[in-house]
Design a protein around this ligand. Structure first.
Ligand code: F6R
Length: 614
């Protein structure tokens, strides 16, 4: 939530910052702003709405300066407006600050500053922090960097911050706690700073990920200096970025979401590469190998996640319990962390997160760690906070996911979790050799089967056209298709704003059936498997009430075709792996419906990709 970009060096800062903000717009798009230092002046330009609005506002203005900071906002304190847009400046105009996170005790600090005579132009917690720094500079006579250190000792909350000041025009000061910040080290005293590496990669591959409670001084003459909040100097750990520029561009697709849907044959292949060999009959997740004995002996595994990642966790519950016979509990991270859960050192807590930055998931993991549990992570973003605080973990290797609605990250998560379930089952001896071999072969064939479904894009687009004006939709599935129903409903509601609910198919008659009318599309997963006949009965119940049925069926199905209004066939697949295929038509349906409704598919209203606040 909220994207930060900053630059100091020899080049013009504005184009670098604006380009970077566009890359970070997935983190929030309520307003955008920049502050630049030029000839001793600190100039601010801010506009409500997207970065494009800021560009329109600055068009024709000669915006110069080779030190600057920029921000794209997801509103927390204060509605989206020009005044509440970052950067915020001190009352004397000497410093400007951008911030991602929440200062929880801002109200008490604000009233204290007010009593000292300071006035405020915005409703934000960030302006409070800016003026607190100003007050410390005024009262203690220290540098902005020193004042920031003092200020951060007073604040409670989460932050990634970059500060620019008139008094130290050769420096940017950056700090983080719980919100991500990465520093890029360029040539000849060029420094970049951003919420993730995407604004940086075209300039340098050398990066330093800031740790919690670290302060960095990026000085174009003196270089990069790192300190703890207690002023202990630290040695920056410079890493080489593996990210490629093509991976974060649209590559000819109309939207990132469509590109990412179509990338799934490749992303799933990348996810299993080197971890699975069907012909040799082995599966190995290097990242968690050393923990497998412990997992097998554990009384239970607790999977914690939010949103789509939580749906992946639900799929994993079926996989791990059925194949490896280990008790699995799935928890919403936000609920888990606040209900005094009973956890001990025998528990294995696994966080699932695309971004690796979700605030609730991070906090839930920290809680589990404090109670002695082994904590593992399944993340997509390499070097993310969750991947760094966990004891071990596995990356999903889906590549950057920029569309706000998660697609390829979900299938990659389910793929890693399938590998994990198979590996644990093999080690524990709860799967027969023949079943193990069959499942490896099936898993290896998934990318090609996903491609077969993607090839039905035109057919799915045609079906989407029929339901684009719906006000409500119901998604039904049983067993491991129930999480797919939840995920299908989430995809539709978040990008097309059609109200949609996912339900276990058999639960329909305990309430939701009352909603079914001729107007109601009901999306059902009715693939071959143990509950096929039961789902067919549920479809009959919908049909009897004249609901419109769109069913995902296994190739060659004749029964459902005779009842449903539309069927989308998917290739035959082992029942455990149905979620990896059944989810694809739902992604395409949501995408097409949203486009037909003229919705902003990649940046749906009110959402942000990386939820770094509670
Ligand atoms: C939905 C979506 C969100 C995320 C959720 C968790 O399409 O993207 O529901 O799944 O915010 O995010 P991560 O996986 O980054 O922890």
């Amino acid at each position: 939530m909220c994207g930060i970009v900053a630059y100091i060096g020899q080049k013009e800062a504005y184009p670098i910052i604006v380009k970077g903000l566009k890359r970070l717009e997935y983190r929030g798009y309520d307003s955008a702003g920049v502050a630049l230092l030029h000839n001793g002046d600190l100039n601010l330009y801010k506009k409500q709405g997207k970065v494009a609005n800021l560009e329109e506002f600055t068009e024709g203005k000669n915006i110069l300066g080779n030190a600057g900071i920029g921000h794209t906002r997801w509103a927390t304190h204060g509605r989206p407006s020009d005044e509440n847009a970052h950067p915020h400046s001190s009352t004397n105009g000497d410093i400007a600050l951008i911030h991602n996170g929440i200062i929880e005790n801002y109200a008490s600090i604000k009233s204290e500053l007010k009593s000292k005579g300071y006035s405020f132009k915005s409703d934000t917690d960030t302006e409070v922090l800016t003026i607190l720094i100003e007050d410390i500079i005024n009262s203690e006579g220290v540098s902005p960097a020193e004042a920031l250190k003092f200020a951060l000792k007073q604040v409670i909350g989460a932050y990634a911050i970059v500060l620019l000041s008139k008094s130290n025009p050769d420096q940017l000061v950056a700090a983080r706690k719980s919100s991500p910040l990465v520093i890029g080290i360029g040539k000849e005293g060029d420094f970049y700073c951003a919420s993730d590496a995407t604004p940086i990669i075209e300039y340098t591959k050398k990066v330093v990920y800031l740790e919690d409670e670290e302060i960095a001084i990026l000085d174009r003459n003196a270089g990069l200096k790192l300190y703890s909040l207690d002023d202990v100097a630290k040695t920056p750990y410079i890493q080489k970025l593996a990210l490629k520029l093509e991976a974060i561009e649209k590559g000819g697709y109309d939207h990132f979401m469509l590109k990412e849907i179509h990338e799934q044959p490749r992303s799933i292949k990348d996810c299993v590469r080197g971890r699975l060999n069907a012909s040799e009959g082995w599966v190995s997740l290097g990242g968690i190998k050393d923990y497998e004995d412990k997992i097998i002996k554990a009384q239970r595994i607790i999977l914690i996640a939010c949103g789509t990642s939580w749906h992946a966790a639900l799929v994993a519950e079926y996989l791990i319990e059925d194949l490896a016979r280990i008790n699995v509990e799935v928890e919403y991270a936000s609920e888990f962390r606040y209900r005094n859960p009973i956890i001990n050192e025998n528990d294995i807590v696994i966080a699932i997160s695309q971004s690796g930055e979700t605030a609730d998931t991070l906090a839930a993991l920290e809680l589990a760690k404090s109670k002695g549990a082994t904590i593992l992570g399944i993340c997509n973003v390499v070097g993310s906070s969750i991947s760094r605080i966990t004891d071990a973990g596995s990356y999903t290797h889906a590549g950057p996911e920029i569309g706000v609605a998660s697609t390829k990250a979900f299938t990659a998560q389910v793929t890693v979790l399938s590998l994990m379930a198979l590996s644990l089952a093999k080690k524990k001896g709860t799967i027969s050799d023949s079943k193990f071999r069959v499942m490896l072969t099936e898993l290896e064939a998934i990318p090609q089967k996903v491609q077969q479904i993607l090839d039905k894009n035109d057919e799915i687009k045609f079906i989407s056209e029929q339901y684009k004006d719906a006000s409500n939709a119901l998604y039904l599935g049983r067993g491991n298709s129930f999480p797919v129903a939840l995920e299908g409903a989430l995809k539709l509601k978040e990008i097309s704003y059609i109200h949609a609910e996912g339900y276990p198919a058999a639960e329909m008659k305990h309430g939701p059936i009352a909603l079914i009318t001729e107007e109601m599309p009901v999306f059902v997963i009715a693939t071959q498997g143990p509950s096929y006949e039961k789902v067919v009965s549920n479809i009959q119940e919908v049909s009897a009430r004249k609901g419109k049925i769109i069913a995902i069926v296994t190739e060659g199905d004749k029964v459902v075709r005779n009842i449903a209004d539309h069927v989308i066939e998917i290739p035959e697949v082992n029942e455990h792996l149905v979620p990896l295929l059944a989810t694809i038509p739902f992604q395409l349906l949501s995408y097409h419906i949203a486009v037909m409704r003229d919705c902003n598919v990649d940046q749906p209203r009110n959402l942000a990709k990386s939820v770094t606040v509670e």
